[in-house]
Design a protein around this ligand. Structure first.
Ligand SMILES: [Zn+2]
Length: 301
């Protein structure tokens, strides 16, 4: 099994990572792809990656990216308006690019990156105008990252999240991917929760879809529907740890570890067995091949 999307520099994964990776590899865990979100976690993640790499040379891969919601976080924190928003976004890209150029040899993918219209609407009180500017800033960064993905031939771990009953964000994401990539950008749509109609467009572009613990939640009906409509050859697994622990962990109020960690992919696969009626070993082996095909770079130091 593999975990194609995890944030190991976030607590409590950070403090428990040696134990959690040991637990994962002892349960046939083969690959994990470490995601990053902005300049605040690049160095930590790289340091943790190089340490883990010594002990588990074929297990860990590193992705470098800019999480779209980091833009609105910065806008809120610094009270930015108008042109300042675009300058801030550009600065984030420059910091990313500088780190990327310096550490290119360690990087297997661009991620986490994409567009998010949900968080800015849900957690902040931005004016309508500011929201539109943040969206445009997110799209500009994502466009730059797509260009880089193509230039460096690196796959992407893509985040796209809409407000309820809207397809706008996924549509904008696919538009940029198609325009910049000409169908050549490789990547995975992580934690896709949108419509079935847009799912087919994602698959048509040759992209993979990442499934996490949401399929184990009672509220995860739409994602179970997405799973039913996604062929095994395009499925990847992820925890998005330390977020999204599986349902069995959420239920155990006194469990010692109540966060998303790599071994929980096992429970996610068990749920897929139930939903798709395919045996565990087959799901595990085909999706591990998917991981290697997309993200595996055995030649990285
Ligand atoms: Zn993530």
């Amino acid at each position: 099994m593999h975990d194609s999307h995890i944030h190991i520099s976030m607590s409590p994964l950070k403090e428990n990572i040696q134990e959690d990776i040991y637990e994962f590899t002892s349960n046939n865990g083969k690959h994990i792809l470490i995601q990053t979100t902005d300049i605040t976690d690049y160095q930590d993640s790289l340091d943790m990656y190089t340490t883990l790499k010594k002990k588990y040379p074929k297990v860990v891969n590193l992705a470098l990216g800019i999480h779209p919601s980091r833009i609105e976080d910065g806008v809120a924190k610094n009270n930015l308006e108008g042109i300042e928003i675009f300058k801030y976004a550009q600065k984030q890209y420059e910091l990313f690019k500088e780190f990327f150029d310096k550490n290119k040899e360690y990087i297997s993918a661009i991620g986490e990156c994409g567009i998010d219209y949900y968080s800015m609407d849900q957690y902040f009180n931005f004016s309508k105008e500011t929201k539109e500017e943040i969206k445009e800033a997110q799209r500009r960064i994502f466009t730059k990252l797509c260009k880089l993905s193509l230039k460096e031939n690196l796959p992407m771990s893509i985040h796209a999240r809409d407000i309820k009953d809207s397809d706008k964000c996924v549509k904008d994401t696919l538009k940029i991917l198609a325009k910049e990539g000409n169908g050549l950008i490789r990547g995975s749509f992580h934690s896709y929760t949108g419509s079935i109609k847009m799912l087919y467009q994602i698959l048509d572009l040759g992209l993979y879809v990442g499934f996490n613990a949401i399929i184990t939640y009672p509220s995860g009906e739409n994602v179970r529907e997405i799973l039913k409509n996604t062929p095994l050859e395009r499925i990847l697994f992820e925890t998005d740890g330390p977020f999204l622990p599986t349902q069995s962990v959420r239920k155990k109020k006194n469990a010692t570890k109540r966060y998303g960690r790599p071994v929980l992919v096992k429970e996610i696969i068990e749920k897929v067995v139930e939903i798709k009626g395919i045996e565990y070993e087959k799901i595990e082996s085909i999706t591990d091949i998917n991981y290697i095909t997309l993200f595996g770079k055995e030649d990285k130091p």
